[in-house]
Design a protein around this ligand. Structure first.
Ligand code: UDP
Length: 500
């Protein structure tokens, strides 16, 4: 994107992206930065040594394709008691370390300010969890765009709870209530929401308040969604919050335009046994089971999942994280035996640790997904036209489930009812019969299942159109870049007038 200065000089619109340090927010914000670069913006991504390892190769690839994009690596601030290199938040990060990482993030403010002074970007895109960056941008007179990460639906539902407090008017955690004021009539229980009606302030609620307040003072927010997916909630959000937003996703649809992007994100090429295994399976016959990068499942739940998969009658790929296998020796032995058994019967394939999810979902043999309703996964499923068994656990996932099941009709709920903290092993155990039943409904050929497939296919087609010239996300991104370009021009003109 070239900006013609008043003196006739041309230069690119320069952006700095500051992604958050949790794995999934990091990779989705990096993908967002790459989309801006694909549209001709000069992009620098600020990150730390441990985090850059996750995505440097994809930036190198984009750079070799001719896009103006690079990383700028800075040392993570020193915090007493924080071991060197511990600068990423995921399921394996101990609780006391998480708070120390947050301390480091707060200390980073000064360093970030200096970087902006040195690099003189035209605008910044920073994760919503850096509310202070709105002040840094204001001091330099440049726009701050918020990288929202979540869904409009979840923000709208949270606003509804704050404004109408329906959860305080029921007698128990299991009694249902409606979320007032939303475009659809959506029913929830108190056990599915954060704080469960105990309105005491805590560190996280203070952070969320600061996030909301800083959004009001920002230029606007970018979402990884697309209008055809949740346009009603985008409109509602704009009305209720009175802020500007742009839906520019799904990011996976942009990235999947290059076949070579699908195998990125740190999965060793030689470990691709799953390809051969999936190649031997019929189209749409395999269910993929994965709970994202942050989930901790208790041993008893892993056992139920294993049994549920064995009795569901469908072939499967199950991604088991290190944190889960390490929690007790008994479950590790159980899972190893399970793996041998299902390999022997050719019914299942277990991936330990990190799976190349995007590539797996694109394989024709995959016919459905069991997900915790993390929105990166949801958009990847929608892009790949895969219906989902919804198994929300923490964060805004119970709201996302409402969107998938009740609004869009592309999900089958497994029946989880209890919200838990992302960094705790929840105590709700979903039973094997319920898991097998939900997978049966998802993968079967009943009328409802066909209808779900039809709906998700229509959304998938819409997603692919959205990112093409003239599509909703394409236009939205172009419109935002055009606005930022005008902002820069006005600033340049203003400076010249001041000098004259
Ligand atoms: N992911 C992956 N391999 C894994 C687990 C997750 O590639 O083994 C990717 C997945 O494709 C998605 C992201 O990590 O892009 C997870 O994000 P999501 O929002 O679904 O869940 P979160 O990790 O935030 O709970």
């Amino acid at each position: 994107m070239e900006v013609i200065g008043v003196d006739g000089e041309t230069e690119m619109l320069k952006a700095i992206f500051l992604p958050f340090l949790s794995h999934s927010r990091l990779i989705s914000a990096v993908d967002m930065a790459r989309i801006f670069a694909m549209q001709g913006v000069d992009v620098t991504i600020i990150t730390t040594p441990a985090n850059v390892a996750v995505f440097q190769s994809s930036i190198d690839r984009d750079s070799s394709r001719g896009y103006s994009i690079r990383t700028h690596v800075v040392k993570f601030p020193e915090v007493a008691g924080l071991p060197e290199g511990m600068e990423s938040i995921n399921a394996a990060t101990p609780k006391d370390i998480v708070s120390k990482i947050f301390e480091g993030v707060a200390l980073f403010k000064g360093q970030f300010h200096q970087i902006l002074r040195d690099m003189q970007p035209d605008f910044i895109v920073t994760d919503m969890f850096y509310p202070w960056s709105v002040d840094t941008a204001a001091e330099l007179g440049i726009p701050r765009v918020v990288y929202a990460g979540g869904t409009y639906m979840a923000f709208c539902a949270t606003d509804s709870l704050e404004q109408f407090a329906p959860h305080t008017k029921v007698d128990s955690d299991s009694q249902s209530f409606f979320l007032p004021g939303l475009p659809h009539k959506l029913e929830m229980t108190r056990s599915q929401i954060l704080n469960r009606g105990k309105e005491s302030e805590n560190e996280f609620s203070y952070t969320l308040k600061a996030v909301k307040e800083s959004e009001k003072r920002s230029y606007g927010s970018v979402f990884k969604s697309f209008y055809e997916f949740d346009g009603a909630y985008q409109e509602h959000y704009k009305t209720v919050r009175g802020t500007k937003t742009w839906s520019v996703g799904p990011v996976s649809a942009w990235m999947n335009q290059y076949a070579s992007n699908k195998d990125e994100r740190g999965y060793a090429k030689e470990e691709q046994g799953w390809v051969t295994w999936l190649d031997s399976k019929k189209e749409d016959s395999v269910v993929y089971v994965c709970f994202g990068s942050m989930t901790k499942l208790p041993a008893a739940q892993l056992v139920e999942i294993a049994h549920g998969l064995e009795v569901c009658g469908h072939d499967f790929i199950w991604v088991v994280k290190k944190i889960e296998e390490s929690q007790d020796d008994g479950v590790r032995v159980f899972l190893e035996e399970f793996e041998k058994r299902v390999q022997g019967s050719n019914r299942g394939y277990v991936i330990w640790g990190w799976a190349p999810q995007r590539a797996i979902l694109e394989h024709p043999a995959i016919g459905g997904v069991v997900t915790h309703c993390g929105m990166n996964t949801v958009f990847e499923c929608v892009d790949a036209a895969l219906p989902m068994v919804t198994w929300p656990l923490f964060a805004e996932q119970f709201f996302n489930e409402k969107l998938l099941v009740d609004v869009l009709g592309i999900g089958v709920p497994v029946g989880s009812k209890k919200w838990s903290n992302w960094n705790e092993f929840g105590d709700e155990i979903v039973k094997r019969e319920d898991i097998a039943k939900a997978i049966g409904l998802l993968m079967g050929d009943g009328q409802e299942n066909l209808e779900r497939r039809r709906k998700v296919k229509a959304l998938s087609d819409a997603a692919k159109k959205a990112i093409q010239p003239g599509g909703s996300s394409y236009n939205s991104l172009k419109g935002l870049i055009q606005e930022l370009k005008s902002f820069k021009l006005q600033k340049l003109n203003g400076k010249l007038e001041a000098v004259a």
